[in-house]
Design a protein around this ligand. Sequence first.
Ligand code: FMN
Length: 619
Amino acid sequence: MGEMTVMLSEQQNQNQNQSQTVLDANQLTSLQLTIGSYSPLQLAWASGYLAAKSENSSIALLPTGSTHAEESIVEATLTILYASQTGNAKGVAKQLSDKASAAGIKVSLKNIADFKPKSLKAETHLIIVASTNGEGEPPDDALGFHEFLFSKKASKLPDLNYSVLALGDSSYEFFCQTGKDFDERLQALGAKQVTPRLDCDVDYDEDANTWSLAIVEKLTDELTQDTSVANVVNLAVAVTEASQYSKQTPLTAELLVSQKITGRDSAKHVAHVEIDLTDSGLTYQPGDALGVWFENSNELVDELLSTLNLPAQEQVTLKLAGKEATVTLEEALIKHLEITQTAPAFIEFWANLSNSADLLALVKDKNAARVFAGEHQVIDVIKQAQSTTQVTAQQFVDSLRKITPRLYSIASSQAEVDEEVHLTVGLVSYEKGAAKRSGGASGFLTERLAEGETVKVFVEHNDNFRLPNNNETPIIMIGPGTGVAPFRAFMQEREANDASGDNWMFFGDQTFTQDFLYQVEWQNYLKSGLLTKMDVAFSRDQSEKVYVQHRIKEQAKDVYAWLERGAHLYICGDGDRMAKDVHQTLIDVISEQGQLSTEQAEQYLKELRINKRYQKDVY
Ligand SMILES: Cc1cc2nc3c(=O)[nH]c(=O)nc-3n(C[C@H](O)[C@H](O)[C@H](O)COP(=O)(O)O)c2cc1C
């Protein structure tokens, strides 16, 4: 959308030069009167309606022939930058931008990667919405900005008013670190904080919304002189957004196929899932993810209710879509609350209620609590530390996070599958005593939802995981396990485009016979020549463990040669161990083959990342 704003101002200039027939002052006033009472959603709808009536919506909606319009472009602008890895911060920034625009503020919304850090000096009002990635690291797109801000090149910013909204996950040691970094550094450079930074956890919607409304209210007087242009400019921006389904307004789609693709003797249950998008207009690109809303299992909710000794039909209140709603406890647990992922805050709540010495000790060690939370669902925590104090239904509801959709890397290209979307879903499952526990969304997609039933989905665009623009550019794909998913999409796309660039795939899993995901497809790609090279590592097929990083090491010379001739490098899959081990191996390979020091090899990889030639989709 940042690009869109720039594009519009260019169009305005063109319009002035070309004297097109558009709204005169009276027409503009009457439009303002009509839309004055519209909500942002109604504005978006109306703009789509108008757009459909015109051949070129963005030009037709702009006031022209008025120097006033151009002046207001250079008047105080609120710059909103998002630093986002998987789209959450981008979504929050867009909503903030819509609110500010609706209040008449002139907004420039940009991906932080598209903002020249040197031009910070010229800004007067800035909001950064930043998530944290890795172990307290900035998202890929924010690496350059982060490096600049912390370098000597960053000058003092006495004229800058700013605020930071940080997204993160409180179970990480470095909670919201990137947002904290930006906040502290901007302050140190002399910028003035408009409102205190907000650190949001995984269920950030309500908090981010409240914070955004408050800051827009605070900035409105300061930044609005003329609301007419700002509103009209952003009307056009809204066109592209409103026509798409979103996290808040997902598409209800039919599950066409959910087919286990690991062998009978595999230790893993991985399913190939196909979802129908017919007539929805929902589109995606290879590299994007599909957001999936899910319902918790009835059996698990029954087990929780009986363990807690709470009645299913008791009424509880919840905040849903910004409003208080009353629902039964059972419905709250099935549809609205997270019970398969345990938040550290829940462990603390239950530790205090049950007075369990073990849990109380755990609460003091954040890392241990995170590991424990990853291995125990809410029911396991409750069963492990039975409480003699009876929890009330409302207390229990208040102690849980809201359900959040899960993102799955899309495993298909629309060039191949048209109005379908495919996923590769690994069922999260483990046994606790006699009980079998399954992941919320993965259990829903692979065990509970029958083919023909519906699921609510939306597309999360991921510009941080894209094929090269140039079809001749070689690519190296590293995707063990379900990390294979986006590379199936990449291959389908490269095939449809007749892309001549070389393709090299590294795949790994436990065994060749049981776990080689999409084996036949890969073999066909090799046979046809579309796939130039494939290296596989099956860890349990021999006495010593062999993983993808070992294959990369064995192929060091070729890997380096491919990089030197411009290959793009992609990693998808497990972020805890695989992506780190592969990263370290790449440093070794580059340092050995390029005869560079470790620091130089790290810098080599960092430059690849900044240039979008090294992209990761890890979880
Ligand atoms: C691989 C990975 C690493 C993460 N590391 C951190 C972290 O160190 N600290 C933190 O607060 N959150 C961390 N998070 C959580 C994200 O910041 C959080 O999910 C956020 O909502 C993502 O926003 P985005 O989609 O805009 O990137 C991590 C998430 C992922 C997937």
